[in-house]
Structure formats: C-alpha cells, structure tokens
Design a protein around this ligand. Structure first.
Ligand SMILES: [Zn+2]
Ligand SMILES: [Zn+2]
Length: 377
C-alpha cells in the first residue's frame, strides 16, 4: 500500500470512530447562521496549524526557481499546474499568464467529509453542469464572512476525470519573485490558508462528523446533499458502480453503513438509510436462496438477501455486498478527482445492473481499475 493510501486509510478509520461518536451525541439544535457553526482557531494547536499550513512540494520540487517554472509554463501554452497534498490539505499551484503578467495561484480543495458531500451532490444531480455552478456558490457561502478576502473565490479547475474539481483559490502576481522562499512569504499572507481547517468539514481536523448545517447549506443552493440517517455520511444512489444503491464515496465501505449492528454470530452489514424510520431489524438469509459465483472474487453470491434487494451479496458469512476495495495507483491529482468506491460483486452468467453500469462508467473514467483483494474483508 502506498504512503498516500496508508494516510487515507488511517484518517478514515479515525474519522469513522469519531463520526459514530459525533452522530450519537449530535444535538438537534440549529445555529442562527451556518457561519456560526464553522471553526475559529481556539487552541494553540489550531493556531500553529494555521501558521504552518501552506503546501509543501509542488513547483519547488520540480523547478529550482520561479523563472524556471515560468519558462515551463510558457512552453505549456501559458498555464502550468501542479497538484500536491500534505497532511494539512489538498492543493493545486498554478502559474498563469494574464494581461498584466504572470500570476501564481493556489487552490485549496475540500477533502474527507466535505469532498464526499461535493461529490455525492454532483453525482446526484439531474443537471450536472448546473450542479457545478451550485457547488461553487455553496462553497463560496460555506466560508464564514470573517474569513472572506478580496480575491478569494470558489472555483472550478480542470479535472483529470469527468468528476469536477471544485475548491477555493487565490492568486498573486509573481513579478519580482525569484526564489520559492519569496513565494512562500507571500503565501503566508494569503487569506486562502485561513480556510484550511474548513476544507476538512465544519468541525475542522481529521476527526469529525460533517455537521447537518453543511448539508442544509448545500441544499439551500439547490443541491441534493443527502446524509445517511444512521452514520451521517454523505450518500448518493447514482454512483456508477452502484446504480440505485445508497453509497458513500471516499470510503472503503461504499453501500455498507458505518453503523454496524450485531446480529447472529457475526456483525451484520446494513445499508445506509435516508430516513431513520426506514431502519429495521437485520434480515437473514434462509440458505435456500439461489446462488451463483462472483466472477471476480469467486465467493457465492445471491441477489435475494432481504437487506440488499437487487444487490448481489455474499451468500454466507457477513453477507457483504462489497467485492473488493479500490486500490491506489493513479497520480495525486487523478486520485483526488476520482469517485472512490468499493467494487460490487459481479455474478457469473447472471444479470447485474452494476456490471452494465461499470462497463459504461469505465468509458468516462470515474474510477481506478486496480482492486486489492486484501482490502475487501
Ligand atoms: Zn450509513
Ligand atoms: Zn466478488
């Protein structure tokens, strides 16, 4: 497993544990404004984090000086971008020539729960072009007034996949800057970096549950922004792997709700629900269901599990609908742009809406193909 995958996996586990705790204790009280629910630096850790939260690497890894990068940008037709990430966030640096000369832009992209909310809202949309504009407006409104700065805007930047890349960006002229240290000094003054804690979700940091206010804000901008009533993850039923099935993205569980319930000898896996009233006792297989083998992992699967109507699930054990978890293997930018999700079982010689959807989705590049069997269990 790559370093990035390890980081993501560790962050996910920490997040899920905290999410379950947060969901259990979340108050139904609403705030007067969304801004009131967003974080302000209150501890020394927060303050240190803000001071140091500028992207490392990026252009400086590839070009010795700013002028070298500009030469490369000229060769590239006037725009040169570099995607990078570190523990503080996901960034893109861009050198772009406009009428007044070269500008250096930094974009900050949402990650974790906020990224999931952006991507599930976009997947849910009937009109995805319109959804991009709605997402930009929602992301602009997401920034509390106290952190808004002139020149700071919610942007869409070119994506490596068909999934849009949306974040916040700010730029400065690079005239007079030669060394990357000069750029760093200017970066530290950028209001953009005040948004770093926001990019993880309204509670900041790696461990949180996305607040209901964030969903409400996205809905107020015309987006679907649906949350699971049990685990509070952003969900969509239009993921190309899982047509008609509620799934979360950037999550190795996909259609399996993070809220596991005990039942029988092994933990039963239940799906996400949009309404707590839909919650019901875990169903059981009788053992007499029709079974076929999965063409990828070879386990016996059935389409008749009472908890997973229309979904091929393992006919024994914990009845998992998940065949395999997506592996790492793309560059950082592509991995950011993909809609991560686990793979469904695909039956040998039987109809599978998922198989047809996967075939279609492969053509538009929603996801990586490598599957790591060891992650599936
Ligand atoms: Zn759930
Ligand atoms: Zn399988």
């Amino acid at each position: 497993m790559g370093k990035r995958a390890q980081q993501k996996r560790a962050a996910k586990h920490a997040k899920q544990a905290k999410q379950r705790k947060a969901a259990a204790s979340r108050s139904a009280a609403t705030f007067a404004t969304v801004a009131a629910s967003l974080p302000q630096p209150t501890s020394m850790d927060d303050i240190l984090f803000w001071i140091t939260a500028t992207p490392r690497g990026g252009f400086a890894d590839s070009y010795a000086t700013v002028d070298d990068a500009i030469v490369a940008a000229e060769k590239a037709g006037g725009v040169l971008s570099c995607f990078s990430f570190d523990e503080s966030g996901e960034y893109e640096q861009t050198l772009r020539q406009d009428a007044d000369g070269w500008r250096y832009e930094v974009a900050l992209y949402p990650r974790l729960g906020l990224r999931e909310l952006v991507k599930t809202s976009w997947l849910d949309a009937d009109d995805r072009d319109q959804a991009v504009q709605q997402l930009r407006r929602a992301m602009a409104a997401y920034v509390p007034e106290s952190l808004r700065h002139p020149g700071l805007e919610a942007v869409q930047r070119p994506s490596t996949t068909s999934v849009p890349r949306i974040g916040w960006a700010q730029s400065v002229p690079v005239a007079g800057m030669r060394a990357w240290e000069d750029v760093r000094l200017v970066e530290q003054e950028m209001g953009l970096f005040d948004l770093v804690p926001l990019a993880d979700g309204p509670d900041g940091g790696l461990c949180w549950g996305l607040a209901e206010e964030a969903f409400a804000l996205f809905r107020a901008h015309g987006l679907s922004a649906r949350a699971c009533a049990r685990c509070s993850a952003p969900v969509t039923d239009r993921h190309p792997h899982w047509p008609g099935v509620l799934v979360s993205v950037e999550n190795e569980f996909g259609p399996v709700c993070g809220h596991f319930r005990p039942g029988g000898e092994s933990p039963q896996r239940v799906g996400h629900v949009l309404d707590a009233a839909q919650d019901r006792p875990v169903g059981k297989l009788t053992g007499k269901e029709q079974k076929v083998r999965c063409q990828h992992c070879d386990v016996h699967v059935t389409e008749q599990h009472p908890d997973w109507p229309g979904v091929w699930t393992e006919s024994g054990g914990s009845g998992s609908p998940n065949c395999a978890v997506l592996g790492a293997g793309a560059d950082d930018a592509t991995e950011y742009d993909l809609v991560d999700c686990v793979y469904p079982h695909v039956p040998v010689g039987a109809d599978s809406p998922a198989a047809a959807a996967i075939t279609a989705a492969k053509k538009v590049g929603y996801f990586l193909q490598p599957r790591l069997r060891s992650w599936a269990q």
